[in-house]
Design a binder for this molecule. Structure first.
Ligand code: FAD
Ligand code: NAP
Ligand code: SF4
Length: 671
């Protein structure tokens, strides 16, 4: 497939973008570490070399009302111009352009000094904001303009002004958070004054030949958000005030509707940008869950937007654009929307990376260099760990033979991909299959390998990536015919009744509950069904896209109990940025979650247990065991060849694909 719309340059008058692809803003954590500018330069330059037209940096905060106490904003730091020049020069050298995002976090700021239009606490922040005074408001405007002037001096091609996601500027725009009675609140005209003044003042300072992108909240997804008509008026006024491009913002951070997780259908919100495009006199960018060049091309071809913003897809594959341009899109390592190594890391105070590409944000330390002593390597197990090991070792010049007893590569990803909302996992398998082929790895499926077989061959080393076996807990009656393994349930080998108890509420217990509570509807594959399920009004008549709209959900075909022994909140160990979606989704399907369980026995009556000491009988048709896993290491005992355990075969506790891939990739770099 060719991508004429995606690869078409965009003329902004004073400057040209080489194609329609923008790398959206992501705070990666690189901003805050020693040597940050060199690391950022390497990170962004690799994306520019990969063909992205325009990069937006992670958000930089303009002053003490957002930053931790004592920290100066970048534009006031000594030597910052020179440091940021390293970044902008590196990007320009690769033919790309780069804007810095100025992000005023308003009432979401994690500092006691936070300000907002009104002193209304955000439901996701423990700090209550102070009401900004007139003087403070004027200073915020000045700080945006000063920051933009700094960016110009440091060689940036422009700035993005963050005006969405419920941050400071957005808080002024929406009635929900702005209850002021002065010239900055009350009427719509007053509420948008701050946004317009920031843009006007910034344009005055930087002149005409500098990109100003405004991230406009086109769908707030909270009550008390803006209406469609108001947002059109604001968009027009922003263009008049000097904005060059309008980017789409979807959903405030406090919104209870998923907007980027893997459960969200691909391209779920481009219809929103499309509704505004004809009304706005400047190019518009659409975003959210666009992760393939095919989809991006289609979105542009159908006229939804002038440009596509993708952020996480460039963590997964910096060379996305060049691969598409060279008709090699099957080689793209696709972002699966899991958030596990990007957003979850940031919220846990860790450096961003990517589950499918552990090199992301580690460009300087993580070099895939050719080996000086090529070996003949057997990799046993073609799950995520085996695939990562095999492809990395082959890329370094080793001769690699991969074995798996199954009929297809992928290991447990072949179960994960069957869970409603995890269809994206197919893409990782497609990517690895392509990579194995390109690198000439010999793949032997349907081949259960023993140590004796390996010893008899001429291998120099073995990577044991045999994964796990599901744990069978010692509960009386666990061998009763009603008891099923999650493997048989998800793979479709077992028939499951109408009433089900799931023993274990980890990631897999949640996924099995998701699997069993879905009927025929496929919200993750169908945008209107998804919007209906989460109560989003696609006519845009409702304020914020949701006010007064009730969610309509297909009822679960089963009564499900999700059980754990711990007293902690069920799902507490799920991903920080996605756990709430899993919990809310199951609660909407009336899945009953019980903590503090002690399992006593399983018999013809069902599951006998105590819940917080109280005896109960769950009269279920089936009990599904999702009680964790044990490493599968049977191969190691008889091996006479040097071997290395990776992934689940190494340690099964707290295993996930992120760890499996990273551990195996690093191991293959050192062999
Ligand atoms: P495995 O994937 O278990 O692969 C091991 C492979 O070795 C298998 O293909 C097996 O056939 C093969 N094998 C074993 N013994 C032999 C032998 N003797 N000879 C030949 N072949 C052999 N993780 C996440 O990070 N995010 C998620 O959202 C997520 N969702 C999941 C959902 C489900 C339903 C499941 C089941 C798992 C999920 N996981 C998820 C976990 C993730 O899939 C595992 O952590 C990952 O697959 C472990 O990789 P691995 O390569 O170590 O092992
Ligand atoms: P898990 O997360 O370790 O959960 C195991 C569950 O079984 C827990 O609820 C545990 O809770 C229970 N359990 C453990 N031992 C038990 C026993 N002897 N008897 C009864 N119950 C027992 O493991 P998992 O759900 O199998 O998932 C495996 C890995 O895949 C996870 O580590 C996870 O990271 C990954 N995964 C991730 C996702 C994701 O969305 N990120 C999705 C699926 C899987 P109690 O001990 O309190 O009963
Ligand atoms: Fe995408 Fe997951 Fe990688 Fe984040 S960690 S970039 S969501 S694949």
């Amino acid at each position: 497939m060719s991508y004429p719309h995606l690869l078409e340059p965009l003329d902004l008058g004073f400057t040209q973008l080489r194609n329609r692809v923008l790398m959206g803003s992501m705070h990666t954590g690189l901003e805050d570490i020693p040597d940050s500018h060199n690391r950022m330069a390497a990170f962004y330059a690799e994306r520019a070399a990969g063909g992205v037209a325009l990069i937006v940096t992670g958000g930089f905060m303009p002053n003490e009302h957002c930053l931790p106490p004592g920290e100066l904003p970048v534009f006031k730091q000594e030597g910052a111009v020179e440091k940021h020049r390293v970044i902008t020069d590196a990007v320009h050298k690769e033919g790309g352009k780069i804007c810095l995002q100025i992000l005023h976090t308003g009432r979401y700021s994690r500092t006691e000094n936070l300000i907002a239009p009104s002193p209304i606490q955000a439901p996701i922040n423990r700090y209550v904001p102070h009401e900004a005074s007139e003087e403070q408001i004027l200073q915020q405007i000045e700080d945006f303009a000063n920051f933009a002037a700094f960016c110009q001096e440091a060689g940036y091609d422009g700035v993005e002004i963050m005006g969405s996601e419920g941050y400071f500027i957005n808080e002024f725009i929406a009635k929900r958070t702005n209850q002021r009675k002065d010239r900055w609140g009350g009427s719509f005209e007053n509420r948008i004054r701050l946004a317009l003044e920031i843009v006007r003042r910034t344009r005055e300072r930087v002149g005409t030949n500098f990109i100003i992108i405004f991230r406009l909240s086109m769908l707030d997804l909270v009550e008390g958000g803006s209406s469609f008509e108001e947002t059109v008026l604001l968009g027009k006024a922003l263009a008049q005030a000097g904005v060059s491009i309008i980017n789409t913002g979807i959903g405030w951070h406090e919104s209870q509707i998923p907007t980027i997780a893997t459960k969200v259908p691909r391209g779920a919100f481009t219809w929103v940008t499309a509704k505004y495009r004809d009304h706005l006199p400047v190019p518009v960018i659409t975003s959210n869950r666009i992760n393939t060049p095919e989809l991006a091309e289609q979105v542009l071809a159908q006229g939804d937007a002038d440009m596509i913003s993708m952020a996480r897809p460039f963590l997964a594959d910096p060379h996305f654009v060049n691969k598409a341009a060279a008709n090699r899109s099957a080689e793209i390592n696709t972002c699966i929307g899991c958030n596990q190594a990007c957003l979850d890391h940031i919220f846990n105070g860790q450096l961003t990376s990517c589950l499918v590409n552990p090199r992301a944000c580690h460009e300087l330390e993580f070099q895939i260099t050719p080996t000086t002593s090529p070996k003949n390597i057997a990799v046993v197990g073609a799950g995520p760990a085996g695939l990562a090991f095999a492809t990395t070792a082959a890329e370094r010049g080793h001769k690699v033979t991969l074995f798996d007893s199954a009929t297809e590569i992928g290991g447990q990803f072949n179960l994960a991909k069957r869970i409603p909302g995890k269809e994206e996992f197919n893409e990782t398998l497609r990517y690895f299959a392509q990579r194995l082929q390109t690198l000439g790895v010999e793949v032997n499926l349907n081949t259960r390998v023993t140590s004796a077989q390996l010893n008899a061959e001429n291998f120099d080393a073995v990577a044991v990536a045999t994964g796990i076996s599901p744990r069978v807990p010692s509960i009386e009656g666990v061998d009763h015919p009603m008891v099923l393994s999650y493997v048989d349930v998800i793979s479709g080998k077992a028939t499951v009744g109408k009433r089900v108890a799931l023993i274990g509420a980890g990631g897999i217990g949640f996924d099995v509950a998701e699997f069993l509570s879905h009927g025929d509807a496929t919200p993750s594959q169908d945008i209107p069904v998804f919007m209906k399920e989460w109560g989003v009004d696609m006519t845009m008549a409702a304020r914020g896209g949701i006010e007064g709209v009730s969610a309509q959900l297909e009822p679960s075909p089963r009564q499900i109990f999700l059980l754990q022994r711990k007293q902690t909140r069920i799902g507490a160990n799920l991903g920080k940025t996605t756990g709430w979606i899993h919990r809310l989704g199951l609660m909407k399907r009336q899945v009953q979650m019980l903590a503090g369980c002690e399992y006593q026995r399983i018999d013809d009556e069902g599951l006998h247990l105590t819940v917080n000491g109280e005896p109960r009988l769950l009269a279920v048709d089936n009990v599904v065991i999702c009680a964790g896993q044990e490493p599968l290491q049977e191969l190691v005992a008889g091996l006479k060849i040097p071997c290395q355990l990776v992934g689940g075969a190494n340690v099964a506790a707290e295993l996930d694909a992120k760890r499996a891939i990273e551990e195996a990739t690093r191991a293959a770099l050192n062999i």
